[in-house]
Unconditional design. Structure first.
Lengths: 353, 353
């Protein structure tokens, strides 16, 4: 695939972001939602901050106290046999041996703004900050869909009772209305289509199940964006391929003359995250027209291969300008990068049904 | 607690139900939804049928082929080390060591009708039968809520992609309209409140998460019964008590002068299922007024302690007549029983907030 990565990459790194919390460091500025507002491109960064620990035996886990609005620190000892610290992102309960008990960082959403789409100025303060009990471990991986004059911003809400998807909306990226949790746990990787189709709103979503089944892409319908139903399994992982382990929606779907273009992410069993494309019917997005055989974008550059969690490219938003898709994407759970891909090249590499 | 169990208990056993599938036997007629239609009490039985195997080394797993509408049999060898057959209800993948790969029976919904609420006549054919790909392993544990002239019937839809909740509706229990999946996987134990409250419909539901958290009771809102949002965690399990392991809504909520009375089920770490009560605010059902300290009903009778999966009492519906709650409940994943409890007795045993 012919991918033009910006010379300025990575566009934003943790070093560019001043910590919001005293005694914390920024370990990630990544997986940003993308919005156009006026003549600005806004990256809605997921900023992850980690409490600095002076004692190598102590892991410090940040947790929001929703009553006070303050982040409190839980100190855990690396020698505590109840916990598994092998994944740098999470602390696991050894007894349950799955999921997580704590996160080692807390994420929130911060805006970076640009006139040219390459050089960004980062806001001093968070744009959306955890506040609800369902957000006590942070808010992650925002996507943003513009519908009419309103921008809908939705993200993973992580707490002691699971990972769901909460939504807020705004007209000006200054004041926000809260819509509550639109998909209950465990769910993430939600993208809302930017217009009604046949009288209904549509979303892709990604339940993670405990009973049976892999993390895969589903589709749902809504009359009002707040309440969702008619859930259907849309597409699965593919054994032996780059998206064999798990898949989820990535960028907000882009309308093209060929169909709804969805850039999704897929990981193999080694947790290497690539980006692929799926083309959905313009009038019925539950109908798959074509899907990438090989990835559209895979971790190749240093900043994609090395980082907090390496070998990850992960897009939450892309902008189509004429025949060129401007893709913004998180790299290695650390930084943001941008690339341009010709729509024609994506189309030529699809396998049609 | 003063519980009057019917002398006729168990009211319905598997022996009372003629198998619908050739070569199958009925192993359960239990966890029935309850409806009143005309002068009849209708139990919407979950009937579980198991393929008869003549070879003790062969476990036969039934799977619906949604294209043909036929149930096909997958034969598994007990000596196949990839599988764990220790739970009689499911076949587990040893590699994943959680959830299930197949069920050993397939469930559908069959009606039993009664004039006196104790002696039931069972329909010859299924009332609701699996048909959608999301139902290929069967449909389970129906609940039924009457809203106006329409009865809404919803149930666990079990398939290779997880356990969700599908809904159908009817006015006459003869012809049904399908509403699709109203809660996506993993979710079960949904109950719909029988009227709008403050302009919204409400449901209790029970997500099962993989990331963090236990199976517990959530609440959601809807404008139209098909699409649900504003999900909130409502109540949790209680360490050291009878509902320490997992909880879920049971009977459809009953309106009383004191509040919405919900009979829920709770299990401890030994998988002993009891029934408790929670009282929710009449005008805001997300507000808990009171909750049972001790169970309202626990497995004590032989038919509750012994069966396909023993030590289980599990209600999907109850009817309030004057001051008496007529509770129908599944026993040991096998049979149906009925009991009467005075509302006053339930109230007197609640712990008020």
């Amino acid at each position: 695939m012919n991918v033009y990565r910006y010379e300025q990459n990575p566009l934003i790194t943790p070093e560019d972001v001043k910590p919001y919390h005293d005694g914390f460091r920024v370990i990630g500025a990544f997986n940003a939602g993308v919005a156009r507002c006026g003549d600005e491109t806004i990256l809605l960064l997921r900023v992850a901050e980690q409490p600095i620990s002076s004692d190598p035996d102590v892991v410090r886990a940040p947790v929001l106290n929703p009553s006070s609005g303050q982040v409190e620190i839980r100190e855990l000892n690396r020698n505590d046999e109840r916990y598994d610290f092998s994944d740098p992102r999470v602390v696991r309960d050894v007894a349950t041996n799955e999921g997580f008990a704590f996160l080692t960082s807390i994420s929130y959403i911060r805006a970076a703004r640009s006139k040219d789409g390459r050089r960004f100025t980062i806001d001093d303060a968070p744009l959306v900050y955890p506040s609800d009990p369902s957000e006590c471990f942070g808010i992650e991986d925002p996507r943003c869909t513009r519908i009419g004059d309103r921008h809908y911003l939705y993200y993973s809400a992580v707490s002691t009772v699971g990972i769901g998807v909460n939504m807020v909306s705004t007209e000006d990226f200054a004041s926000f209305e809260r819509h509550g949790m639109i998909f209950c746990p465990d769910n993430k990787d939600v993208v809302l289509f930017p217009e009604k189709i046949g009288g209904k709103y549509y979303a892709l979503h990604r339940p993670t199940t405990r009973s049976i089944g892999k993390p895969e892409i589903w589709i749902a319908e809504s009359d009002n964006l707040n309440q969702w139903g008619r859930h259907r399994h849309l597409m699965g992982s593919r054994p032996g391929m780059w998206d064999s382990g798990r898949i989820g929606a990535g960028a907000v779907p882009v309308k093209t003359e060929y169909g709804w273009l969805e850039l999704y992410h897929g990981a193999d069993d080694r947790h290497r995250y690539c980006m692929g494309a799926v083309l959905l019917d313009l009038e019925d997005p539950s109908k798959i027209l074509a899907r990438s055989g090989r990835p559209v974008l895979e971790p190749e550059a240093d900043y994609e291969k090395q980082g907090f969690f390496g070998d990850v490219v992960f897009s939450c938003g892309a902008i189509l300008v004429d025949d060129v898709l401007k893709v913004y994407y998180g790299c290695a759970d650390t930084s943001m990068a941008g690339a341009e891909i010709r729509l024609r090249d994506i189309m030529d590499n699809l396998i049609w049904k």
